[in-house]
Design a protein around this ligand. Structure first.
Ligand code: GRG
Length: 299
């Protein structure tokens, strides 16, 4: 069956959302009462679900059943949500609005928001470990990729560099490094975890690595652009903060036009890597359309 991009995206969401809902169930209230309510408030409040869609779509592109990747897709979304909950705290980026709703700490208080983030992070690993079976080397590798990407040599390192860079203009190489870690690792991990789950060969994995690294860069540049061009209601989060907080971004360092040129170039390179994957006989149509969707996204 030939699907339009939006139908195809929706198909992945239809697979993913019910799985995610039961992966952090309401019944878990008996584990810790309000922390479950706070975690579910943030986890099930929308969001584009790009990281889960990337895992499912890459696994499908490689000829495996996307359902096999659901625990890893859910884990990535839980880790991503925890990072947003903690990033929004007053001691970090101090934000009131996320996914069009009050941030977790605005709704439940700071202490519960810290615990909700912790609970999401721990549950992510529990969901992946629950999926382990005897002789499941590929699943272990996928979980390892996700753990490393989220950890102190991945996203947490990026967040630390970001905190340290506050109030100063940093050199472009440092900005790139910061973003490779803070945003890029959680875009790279879904694709590399999918390659592990689908047992992709080393050359194919290396092409997907190039695709995802460029996609992550494009995603971040667009995030910087949207901070100055998008409306708060469309974006569902505060805008204009980068300028206000004197943050180094692709826009504050290079200006809007150059940032847009970098965005197009990163997207072109992402699609070039996919072109090489397609040349090996894989159907990369959805992933190419996803790169274009991220290039043109307005939220
Ligand atoms: C607290 C350890 C820790 C890390 C925080 C996520 C993060 C690292 C910071 C958020 C600030 C930020 C603007 C990051 C850049 C890109 C990004 C991760 C945007 C949000 O992701 P989307 O657009 O959000 O996928 P949705 O809501 O659609 O899931």
């Amino acid at each position: 069956m030939i699907w339009m991009f939006s139908q195809h995206y929706q198909h992945y969401l239809d697979l993913f959302e019910p799985y995610l809902e039961q992966a952090f169930p309401e019944q878990a209230r008996s584990w810790g009462g309000n922390v479950t309510t706070a975690a579910r408030y943030s986890l099930l409040s929308g969001g584009k679900r790009i990281r889960p869609v990337l895992v499912l779509a890459t696994v499908a592109c490689l000829g495996s059943d996307p359902e096999l990747a659901l625990p890893y897709a859910a884990a990535l979304e839980m880790i991503h949500t925890y990072s947003l909950v903690h990033d929004d705290l007053p001691c970090m980026d101090d934000d009131d609005l996320r996914r069009g709703r009050p941030t977790c700490h605005k709704q439940f208080g700071e202490a519960l928001a810290v615990l909700a983030g912790d609970a999401l992070l721990n549950r992510a690993f529990e969901v992946m470990l629950d999926d382990m079976t005897t002789g499941c080397q590929n699943k272990i590798e996928a979980a390892r990729i996700i753990a490393r990407a989220a950890g102190s040599s991945g996203m947490i390192a990026g967040q630390t560099l970001d905190l340290e860079a506050e109030g100063q203009l940093i050199p472009p190489e440092k900005l790139e490094r910061l973003h490779q870690l803070k945003t890029g690792q959680l875009i790279l991990a879904p694709v590399l975890a999918a390659c592990a789950l689908a047992d992709a060969s080393v050359p194919v994995t290396s092409l997907f690595q190039s695709f995802a690294a460029n996609l992550g860069l494009a995603f971040q540049i667009q995030d910087d652009i949207l901070d100055v061009t998008a409306s708060e209601s469309r974006l569902g989060k505060s805008t204009g903060k980068d300028q206000r907080d004197q943050k180094s971004t692709y826009v504050t360092l290079f200006g809007l036009d150059t940032a847009q040129a970098y965005l197009k170039e990163a997207t072109r390179q992402a699609k070039e890597a996919l072109g090489a994957v397609a040349g090996l006989g894989y159907d990369t149509t959805f992933l190419e359309d996803l790169a274009d969707y991220l290039l043109l996204r307005d939220h």
